[in-house]
Design a protein around this ligand. Structure first.
Ligand SMILES: CC(C)(COP(=O)(O)OP(=O)(O)OC[C@H]1O[C@@H](n2cnc3c(N)ncnc32)[C@H](O)[C@@H]1OP(=O)(O)O)[C@@H](O)C(=O)NCCC(=O)NCCS
Length: 319
């Protein structure tokens, strides 16, 4: 079969091309986010860190067989900055699976990203289908399954303001107060580098349904989700304040209150703002959340030296 590799580094590709990729992703994942092109255009083209690198393999009739991509994310630590990325949308049409299509498009994605775009490393949250491929042929290292904790609303009264994220919120004074509260500086370990501009973009995700909780001792981003029929406040991010320690309890109480539930769920880790709770049995999770990492060039920390201090839902594309 004759196939064509369709490489996009953000400078090419039109609406028809996005529709073709979204069509394959919709067929493979069945997720509403791929029902049109809004989500892909937001993720791939409006990221203030730069456009995506994607590789799609089309058959001789122009039908998409496989798609893979990544988008750039700067990470930082007190030792400096490094342009890294997050790998997304490993998707191969059912009829083409088991023939190395994904390995081929993924290697090509990593080659283009590192050689043409200066991207030095990549993360991914692998699922049951992709963990073996990521850690095998794609030479990623499994850092760890993201820890997931569940907890009960703390009974702490506090002056925490909660806001539903809307365009009005993002362009108004409350967003200014939010970014004025957050400490964006790096800690000793590596974490994604956030900025006001990047946060505004991230919170504009189509269908995000985010809430922001804010007081002078930190900020939190959350959304509501159902887990086995129970409403639950999912904590997506905790930001430390400019001065002093993060008061996580009041923020958790505010998130539970805003979503009208006694339960919260948190995935990941944050060395400046630990979220308490009990480990959730992994069989209750819809996906294993295996955090994998690959240094694409010698300039990125090798996995054994990567001291990752923050990784939370808002750092990748789950919500
Ligand atoms: C996961 C997926 C992209 C793999 O595509 P593919 O083209 O069949 O993968 P490859 O042929 O390149 O296989 C790469 C490796 O992964 C393994 N693999 C492929 N599908 C697998 C699966 N469902 N479960 C476990 N291992 C799998 C292959 O055996 C191969 O391992 P090997 O090197 O030991 O032979 C494809 O099955 C798919 O689109 N699945 C549904 C969407 C999905 O879950 N994507 C992952 C999102 S994180």
């Amino acid at each position: 079969v004759t196939t064509t590799l369709r490489i996009s580094t953000g400078t090419e590709g039109d609406k028809a091309d996005f529709l073709k990729s979204a069509g394959l992703l919709f067929d493979v994942f069945g997720s509403a986010r791929f029902a049109g092109t809004d989500f892909l255009e937001w993720l791939y083209r409006r990221n203030p860190e730069g456009a995506e690198v994607t590789v799609r393999l089309d058959d001789e009739a122009g039908r998409p067989l496989g798609h893979f991509g990544l988008y750039p994310q700067t990470f930082h630590s007190q030792a400096g900055e490094c342009l890294m990325s997050y790998s997304v949308h490993a998707a191969v049409a059912e009829s083409a699976r088991g023939q190395g299509v994904w390995s081929r498009v993924a290697e090509e994605t990593y080659r283009v990203a590192s050689q043409e775009r200066g991207i030095k490393a990549t993360f991914a949250a692998a699922n049951r289908n992709s963990t073996h491929g990521f850690t095998g042929r794609l030479r990623c290292t499994l850092l760890k399954p993201l820890p997931v904790r569940i907890g009960l609303r703390p009974l702490r009264p506090a002056a925490v303001a909660s806001y539903r994220v809307t365009d009005g919120f993002l362009s108004g004074p409350e967003f200014g107060r939010l970014v004025g509260t957050i400490n964006f500086s790096p800690g000793p370990g590596w974490s994604q580098k956030w900025s006001p501009e990047k946060l505004a973009w991230r919170l504009r995700r189509p269908g995000g349904e985010y809430f922001v909780h804010l007081h002078d001792q930190g900020a939190m981003v959350s959304r509501k989700e159902g887990l086995k029929g129970l409403p639950i406040a999912v904590v997506l991010k905790v930001f430390p304040p400019r001065g002093g320690r993060t008061a996580v309890g009041p923020l958790l109480a505010a998130a539970c209150k805003a979503h009208r539930t006694p339960f919260y769920l948190y995935a990941g880790f944050n060395d400046r703002a630990g979220v308490p709770g009990l480990p959730l049995p992994r069989r209750l999770l819809p996906a294993p959340l295996n955090l994998v990492y690959r240094a694409l060039t010698g300039e990125a920390p090798p996995p054994e030296k990567l001291n990752l201090s923050v990784y939370e839902f808002l750092d990748f594309d789950a919500y």
